[in-house]
Write a protein that binds this ligand. Structure first.
Ligand SMILES: [Zn+2]
Length: 76
């Protein structure tokens, strides 16, 4: 698999995923991703995207300006 943007090589990495919801900013640390060596574009597989969404849905209910969590695959 190569980068859709520039056809560069993708490298497996752990990244910090930042979601800016306006009133709340959520930072998920250590998310497994494929990152383009050339342009830095990040790709997440389906399972990871689902987990990210579940984590974001949980955290955005909290009345916090910034939430920082470690990525986990066990989202209730
Ligand atoms: Zn690229």
């Amino acid at each position: 698999m190569n980068c859709f943007m520039c056809k560069g090589t993708l490298e497996k990495k752990k990244v910090n995923y930042i979601v800016d919801l306006g009133e709340t900013i959520i930072i998920i640390k250590g998310v497994p991703a494929k990152v383009c060596e050339q342009c830095g574009e990040q790709y997440f597989d389906d399972k990871t995207s689902e987990n990210i969404e579940a984590i974001v849905n949980q955290l955005k209910r909290l009345p916090m300006e910034v939430s920082i969590v470690n990525y986990t695959e066990e989202v209730a």
